[in-house]
Every structure is written in structure tokens, then in C-alpha cells.
Write a protein that binds this ligand. Structure first.
Ligand SMILES: [Zn+2]
Length: 347
């Protein structure tokens, strides 16, 4: 039975453990190490890759708005200097309508509500790990089937004027949710997906401040249980409908061949950036911005919560050196005839 309150109770197995506390319809535990989180990954996912991703996101988010560290890291990651780096500023005039995207529409198959998922504070974002293997996308710009592995978000600060990774006509939004899929048709496992030029497919959905989002509320309500880095909460019984987190109209999007926006910045992502945005409330954004970068046991003695570093501005700036082919799945007001062409993004 679902209850709005997330009051801690005993574990689902009836036991009691200082690091594992169940809440109604969602068990919560504060992991003492990243490994314990990894071990609870589903069989369909690679533990190593989950760990890898966690660390990548951690490293990357640390560098957000730290050009020096990003430059140092880029020197050790050849992909960081490539011409298909993400995110980009999507200028509508540079996008070319591709009729094939209309004829072979993007198919989003999120048929069931999540039964096996958990959310964690990575120290740099919240991440909802999808344990179910039957959520996938295909069609559109994709070759084969891409399975949903996790979603996470990027956001700015309290002003809600910036936070999205992708810009549209140089406009930023309060934040952006990423739906990360790996190509099961081309890759043996999610481990090797970053080694393929189209190993990952990420749907980007920008959000702006407005009405509260009912489905996202299931996540933001639980963020009080993952305040510190390394903490996790299981949401198995929340029955999250991932489809509801997407815009109602998913037929209109921009797509390009880009990269991870986190170290090691592999050129492995087919980006699908939705034209339509979703609305979330200021309170829901505040819930994300209330998460801390630090783990509870690493806090300096005597430091109050107010002095801890919160997760803010965890987005990578647009990469002006990107030279990508930007396609639109929908007709533009000023239609460009003919085939797609190379577009250079300059500031
Ligand atoms: Zn992301």
C-alpha cells in the first residue's frame, strides 16, 4: 500500500539494521561504500559499469564550472577534444529536417511501471537506477534496440535561470533530465557501450519551473533519504511510470552524434533532445538542490549541515568546438531542402 509519508520503519524482511532502514514501500539504506550499491544492481546490468558511471559522473560533476580541472582532465582524455563533444547550443536555424526521422519515428517502449529500481546520491547528482530490462527505445536515429539503464539530472542554482546542459537558441533552462540507454543490438554489455560510436542513446528533457510534476514527485519526495553522497533508497513499490517523466509529445526532437558530458567524454552518445519541455515546481528543484556532495561520515567534525557543499551547477557548459550534424524530426518554419549538412557551432 502506498503512503505519502516516507517514515522509516523496519526492513522489508522485518529485520533491523543500522545501515538499512525500510520506509513504507521503499527501503532505504545508507551504504558504507560504493561497492554495496553496486552489488545490488540487477543481473541485466553490469556492476562494473555502474561503478564506472558513478565515478565518471562524480569526477565530471566535480569539474563543472572548473575550467582548469576540466582542461587537465581533457589532456588525459583524447575524446574531450573531439569535434562531437556534448552538450551543444541547439540553434534551430542550424537543424535540418530529416524526413526519415518522420517516416521511421522514435519508438519509446516503457510499457511497465518500475518494479526494481533504486535512487542514489552520487555526490554529484541523483540517479535512478532502472533494474527492469524491458524499457527500451528504437527507431528514429537509432540502429537497433537501446535499453534504459538509468536516469539522472543536471541543474543550476536557486535562480532556476540555468542548469540545463543543452541550450536552445542560446537559452538555458532550469535543468535537464537524462534518460540513459545502451545499445543491446550492438554491445555485449553496458560495459563496452562507451567504446562504440553509438553505444549509448540519451534522451535529454529540459525542465522549467511551473507546476509540480506528479511523477517526479515520487523521486523528490524520497530525496530526503539520500541527502548525503552514497546514500540510497529503494523505490520498488512506488511504481514510477517513466513515460510520464517525458514530454507528452515525443515526436519532435533534435538529434546528433555526440559524447558523454562526463569524463572520459567518450564519443559514444546518440543524443535525442526533446523539443518540448516538462514543468517541475520550484519545490521539486529545491529538493534536488538540497542534496549534499559529501558523504555523512566524511563531514569534518563540527561542521553543520549549512556549511556542507550542496550539489549545484552540476552541468557541463556547451562545447563550442563541436562540429556535428544536427537533425530535426519535425518541419521547421524555414525549411532547408536537401540532405543534412555539417554545422559548426561557434560562440
Ligand atoms: Zn547527464
Amino acid at each position: 500500500m502506498f503512503e505519502d509519508s516516507w517514515s522509516p520503519t523496519k526492513n522489508q524482511d522485518g529485520s533491523s539494521h543500522k545501515n538499512s532502514t525500510s520506509v513504507t514501500l521503499a527501503s532505504y539504506h545508507q551504504s558504507s561504500s560504493e561497492d554495496s550499491a553496486i552489488q545490488s544492481a540487477s543481473d541485466s546490468e553490469s556492476p562494473q559499469y555502474e561503478l564506472h558511471l558513478s565515478k565518471d559522473f562524480a569526477n565530471r560533476m566535480n569539474m563543472a564550472h572548473n575550467p582548469r580541472e576540466e582542461a587537465i582532465h581533457a589532456a588525459h582524455n583524447p575524446s574531450a577534444g573531439s569535434v562531437r563533444q556534448s552538450p551543444i547550443d541547439i540553434h534551430k536555424a542550424n537543424a535540418v529536417f530529416d524526413p526519415q526521422l518522420e517516416q521511421n519515428p522514435l519508438r519509446i517502449s516503457y510499457p511497465t511501471k518500475l518494479k526494481n529500481c533504486w535512487m542514489e546520491n552520487t555526490g554529484h547528482t541523483w540517479k535512478l537506477n532502472v533494474g527492469d530490462s524491458n524499457l527500451s527505445i528504437s527507431g528514429g536515429p537509432l540502429f537497433g534496440r537501446c535499453q534504459l539503464a538509468q536516469i539522472h539530472a543536471h541543474w543550476g542554482g536557486a535562480d532556476s535561470k540555468h542548469g540545463s546542459e543543452h541550450l536552445v537558441n542560446s537559452k538555458s533552462y532550469a535543468g535537464e533530465i537524462h534518460f540513459v540507454h545502451w545499445n543491446t543490438s550492438k554491445c555485449e554489455s553496458i560495459d563496452v557501450a562507451p567504446l562504440h560510436p553509438d553505444g549509448l542513446a540519451v534522451i535529454g528533457v529540459c525542465f522549467k519551473i511551473g507546476r509540480a510534476h506528479p511523477e517526479l514527485e515520487k523521486l523528490t519526495n524520497a530525496m530526503k533519504y539520500i541527502q548525503y553522497s552514497g546514500q540510497q533508497v529503494r523505490l520498488n513499490d512506488s511504481k514510477i511510470d517513466m513515460r510520464q517523466l517525458l514530454p507528452h509529445d515525443t515526436s519532435r526532437y533534435w538529434t546528433y552524434e555526440g559524447s558523454l558530458t562526463t569524463p572520459p567524454y567518450n564519443d559514444c552518445v546518440t543524443w535525442i533532445v526533446m523539443k518540448n519541455k516538462i514543468e517541475i515546481s520550484q519545490q521539486q528543484l529545491d529538493a534536488m538542490a538540497s542534496l549534499y556532495q559529501d558523504s555523512q561520515d566524511k563531514l569534518p567534525t563540527g561542521m553543520s549541515m549549512d556549511q556542507c557543499q550542496k550539489i549545484l551547477n552540476n552541468y557541463r557548459p556547451v562545447q563550442h568546438q563541436s562540429r556535428v550534424t544536427l537533425r530535426a524530426s519535425f518541419q521547421l518554419p524555414q525549411r532547408h531542402e536537401g540532405k543534412t549538412h555539417q554545422v559548426k557551432f561557434t560562440s
